[in-house]
Design a protein around this ligand. Structure first.
Ligand code: F6R
Length: 253
């Protein structure tokens, strides 16, 4: 089975179950390389990881992390940069050495070289053991918008108007949302040994219905996950609300 789908009641349950999988991974392999994501979907998971670290002492001292993406033009001090998000919501709450956490550098003078450096970095840390993914309303993963070739490595993207609009809630205005980002490519994501995709809320229902239909097409970047041998999806009832019950346990097409 390539994709295992876990249906949960709500956001809180999704967050707990996802955190359990990540904690298990880190306990099994203390030197694990975690691929991380940002956005609203991940906040609950990161809260759970922080609470577990505080209460149970799970250690991230030997863990390394690589994030999926970063806005071009925003540095670590910018409140909307993904580096800032990660430091604030996760890294500062764990015992992970900050220099072992990696996010693409959105301020790099040579963005193409930064993309190549990021690919090399992922290889140098030994590849990603567990990659965490959210999903965009248009089916994007990372910032791989519809139409991105499945063979893509880390690259610079022009953000889709719908994605900028969806993310405008974090910025003072739509105009303030960057127009470009650096993202791991779809091929980069597919090289991860395991993938965990999370989806919550009815705004994700259409993308999830298309994903679980099983048609593999660059029009729906997340559908590339059907080509991977070890994907777990944890989605809440609202995110699965457009999928008939009998289809809620899926295999690869
Ligand atoms: C974030 C990322 C994006 C988000 C997606 C969902 O690093 O790569 O693909 O996972 O846009 O965002 P939220 O969780 O805010 O709905």
């Amino acid at each position: 089975m390539a994709i295992m789908l876990l249906e949960v009641a709500d956001y809180a349950e999704m967050s707990r179950q996802a955190a359990d999988i990540i904690i298990k991974q880190v306990k099994e392999k203390p030197t694990a390389v975690l691929g991380l994501a940002t956005g609203s979907t991940m906040l609950g998971v990161y809260r759970e990881l922080a609470a577990d670290h505080r209460q149970n002492g799970t250690s991230y001292r030997l863990v390394r992390t690589v994030n999926l993406d970063e806005y071009v033009g925003l540095g670590p001090d910018h409140p909307n940069s993904y580096r800032h998000y990660m430091n604030e919501h996760l890294f500062s709450k764990l015992d992970i050495p900050l220099h072992e956490t990696h996010v693409p550098n959105g301020l790099a003078a040579d963005l193409d070289e930064e993309c190549r450096r990021y690919e090399r970095l992922i290889d140098e840390v030994g590849g990603i053991d567990l990659q965490l993914l959210g999903i965009g309303c248009n089916g994007h993963i990372g910032f791989n918008e519809p139409g991105t070739p499945f063979s893509s490595a880390t690259h610079v993207v022009e953000l889709a108007a719908s994605t900028r609009k969806a993310n405008a809630r974090f910025f003072p205005s739509l105009d303030a949302v960057p127009r470009q980002a650096i993202t791991m490519g779809i091929a980069t994501i597919l090289r991860s040994r395991r993938i965990l995709l999370l989806a919550s809320g009815e705004e994700k229902a259409e993308a999830m219905a298309r994903l679980l239909e099983g048609v593999v097409t660059p029009d729906l970047p997340a559908s590339a996950l059907h080509l991977h041998p070890d994907v777990t999806i944890i989605a809440d009832r609202e995110a699965l609300s457009l999928i008939p019950k009998e289809k809620r346990w899926v295999d690869a097409p």
